[in-house]
Design a protein around this ligand. Structure first.
Ligand SMILES: [Zn+2]
Length: 492
């Protein structure tokens, strides 16, 4: 698989104005025990009431809320610039130099900011020490359950992937306890590699190929895994407790973490808040944060496919989740009402025409054999891409899949009027053969006459989008609420 580090390295961390909070970050469904030191776990940002509150009556609570908001404003300003002086932060966030200095001192002591040499002449104010986001200390841990793989990674506050672990794993119809125990092993491996670089995850977000509703920690349904009402958050917490060495004992292999050692009892992975989200949602957030788009791309529909097809709608720069958290199930939009049966119980769903296995079957290839001969995520997509050059049956199957996608997408575009449709994951790799069918259906069926050529974009984030979105959602939750990080979580 392509190294996700290269993707993360090349892309800016922040895409939005400082202080803009994305309630679309999935941390609000964190399932782990709350962090008492902070009052709320990472990701659990200010409530809507706090956001909309008229400031301030002079109470301790409102002062704490104000302090949290101002710390977040400063942190977002630094994230947005990469490197910035205190004076420039003050000018940007509209606070006094003295107030910003106090906030910066607190962020430095929390290990969230670091100082990076003198600012260059020409910046606002006297030359001073530039501020950067710390590349040590608090970090985000992302994990992913795929139909046939598992993955975990640690990103620093700058969004750079610093540790990762990956395993092929036939997860379909395996007991969730076993799948999550395997995932826990990868999470521990990635965290240990991160610890050796001085990084300490403050939360975990897991991408799953299924429906995650409003109940924290529960995967309501993942048809392609055979999961129904699986308490994945608590199961992963328990599996992490089993996978970690007991507190205070040396790590299994001390060479992995020469200076940082094993997680302390305070920093144990099984004690972290665990968020769950649908892989398509996290892929769309990765597109928003890491996709390299202009800041004015605020409304888009992101579509990706593995065996299933997932979509997510970003509205005003935030994820649109719907009333029950189920928005974006494009794969189960009917394309032909009397078509083949779908694992969801309906017939003729888009997934039965444009999912990987459906395309392989339409091309006369056996999905099971293709998976065995081209294992791992991307294996079947690579097979289709290779064959498309020479095999007319594969090209025809992909064109038909593109038409089915275009048909389903035209309904979504007519309802939601996005600026763009972005093809991610395997769809990006197959886009040369899919796009003609997609665009021809959109041209025929989008009725508002504002659907320009080129409004279907191909993602550059790659197949690791959901994993990167998961890890970066933890980082975003820290930027939104810096007080969620406890001082003792800093590197010594
Ligand atoms: Zn279906």
């Amino acid at each position: 698989m392509p190294d996700p580090r290269t993707l993360a390295d090349a892309t800016p961390l922040s895409d939005r104005p400082p202080g803009h909070r994305d309630t679309g970050t999935p941390g609000h469904r964190a399932a782990g025990p709350p962090e008492t030191g902070a009052g709320r776990p990472p990701g659990q940002g200010p409530t809507e009431a706090e956001e909309n509150a008229v400031p301030p009556v002079s109470t301790a609570a409102s002062q704490a809320g104000m302090r949290r908001r101002n710390l977040s404003l400063v942190l977002h300003a630094v994230a947005g610039h990469g490197e910035i002086s205190r004076a420039a932060v003050a000018a940007e966030v509209g606070l006094t130099r003295a107030a910003v200095s106090t906030l910066v001192e607190e962020l430095l002591s929390l290990g969230l900011l670091a100082e990076a040499g003198l600012t260059r002449p020409g910046t606002v104010g006297r030359p001073g020490t530039a501020l950067v986001l710390s590349d040590r200390g608090p970090a985000g841990l992302g994990a992913e359950v795929g139909v046939d793989h598992l993955a975990a990674c640690v990103v620093d506050l700058r969004g750079k992937v610093r540790a990762s672990a990956y395993a092929e794993a036939p997860n379909r119809d395996h007991p969730p306890e076993r799948v999550l125990a395997d995932l826990a092993g990868l999470v521990v491996r990635a965290a240990r590699e991160g610890a050796a670089a001085g990084l300490r995850p403050v939360g975990i977000t897991v991408a799953v190929p299924g429906l995650v509703g409003r109940d924290p920690g529960i995967v309501e349904r993942a048809s392609n895994l055979g999961w129904e009402q699986v308490p994945a958050g608590p199961l992963l917490t328990a599996a992490l407790a089993d996978a970690e060495p007991p507190a205070g004992t040396p790590a299994d292999d001390p060479s992995h973490a020469p200076s940082a050692g094993p997680p302390s009892s305070a920093g144990r992975l099984s004690g972290l808040p665990i968020g769950l989200d649908n892989e398509a949602n996290l892929g769309a957030l990765a597109e928003l944060w890491l996709g390299g788009h202009d800041r004015d791309l605020r409304h888009f529909l992101h579509v990706s496919a593995e065996i299933g097809i997932g979509a997510a709608l970003v509205v005003e720069g935030r994820l649109f989740r719907g009333a029950h958290g189920h928005a974006g199930e494009l794969g189960h939009v009917p394309v032909r009402p009397a078509g083949p049966a779908c694992p969801c119980g309906a017939r003729g769903c888009l997934e039965q025409y444009a999912g990987e296995e459906a395309v392989l079957r339409a091309a006369g290839l056996d999905p099971a054999r293709a998976a065995a001969e081209h294992p791992g995520p991307g294996g079947r997509v690579r097979l289709l891409a290779e064959r498309a050059g020479t095999d007319p049956a594969v090209r025809r199957a992909l064109h038909q899949a593109g038409s089915a996608l275009g048909l389903a997408l035209s309904g979504a575009v007519n309802v939601f009027d996005p600026q763009k449709v972005v093809l991610g994951g395997g769809l990006a790799e197959l886009s040369p053969w899919l796009l003609p069918g997609i665009e021809s259906e959109l041209r025929r069926r989008v009725t508002d006459r504002h659907w320009p050529d080129g409004a279907v974009a191909v993602s550059s984030v790659g197949r690791e989008g959901p994993l990167l979105g998961a890890a970066n959602s933890v980082v975003r939750s820290v930027l939104d609420d810096p007080t969620s990080v406890r001082p003792r979580e800093n590197p010594s």
